[in-house]
Design a protein. Structure first.
Length: 249
């Protein structure tokens, strides 16, 4: 990894951090390749993917200099966010700073979003003549509804996280002095749930979202959970009033 990207496995949790606050965590072609390589290296045992950043700006989107000189284009950025959206395990964006441009696509490619109050999001694509990534528009519209997406894309207005949360853009929104504790608690909760069950239900939800739901295939996933050792462990732990120890089998 470069100094701009940090990736590490913390137990069963994969954590990717954008670490270039001096350039507002803008992402260029090198960072895109590094993020995609990191995602490809995630082991099957991973239970949760987390993306966060350093500095007052979560992400300013694509590196416009590289867009201008042709080093990269919107499809390159989209390939990275598609890789995040296609993960088999749940993904969580922890957003402690303002979001600009394609940085929004990083948020909405994740399954869950935790943000802090007092921050804002702005997508200025129309102000410079760009079209926001096509699949990104699809994802935003699915999650937020077309009315808010029109406002974000077609007015280029600065929109508060509080307003976004009213449209389900954030699953959790807390004051900045609570974000660290909330992050730790949320990561522990999500990574501690039954991984087979989580992966199965996530796959089914995504198939519905992407209009490729297959009833028989979904039932296979459900049956695998019903026949798993994890289910037996979960039920036993409930009877014994203790935390379950899931083994993904």
């Amino acid at each position: 990894m470069t100094d701009a990207i940090r990736f590490e496995m913390k137990g069963d949790v994969a954590e990717l951090c954008l670490c270039a606050p001096e350039r507002r965590n803008a992402i260029g072609s090198q960072e895109i390749n590094l993020v995609k390589s990191a995602i490809a290296s995630i082991p099957d045992t991973c239970r949760l993917f987390v993306i966060r950043s350093e500095g007052p700006v979560f992400c300013a989107g694509a590196n416009l200099k590289e867009i201008t000189d042709g080093t990269m284009d919107g499809d390159d950025f989209q390939s990275m966010t598609n890789a995040i959206a296609s993960l088999a395990m749940p993904s969580l964006a922890i957003v402690e700073g303002d979001v600009f441009g394609g940085g929004a696509e990083l948020l909405f490619s994740c399954d869950f979003r935790l943000g802090v109050t007092g921050k804002h999001l702005k997508i200025p694509a129309a102000a410079v003549g760009l079209c926001y990534p096509v699949e990104g528009i699809q994802r935003m519209t699915q999650r937020l509804g077309s009315t808010l997406v029109r406002k974000l894309l077609l007015t280029t207005e600065l929109v508060s996280f509080e307003e976004l949360a009213q449209h389900n853009a954030f699953d959790w929104l807390v004051p900045s002095n609570q974000i660290e504790a909330e992050s730790k608690a949320l990561i522990a909760r999500l990574s501690g749930l039954a991984p087979l069950s989580m992966a199965a239900m996530l796959a089914i939800v995504k198939s519905v979202e992407e209009d490729r739901f297959d009833r028989a295939a979904a039932q296979v996933l459900a049956d695998a959970c019903s026949q798993s050792e994890d289910l037996s462990e979960g039920l036993l732990a409930m009877r014994e009033k203790r935390a379950p120890v899931f083994k993904r089998r």
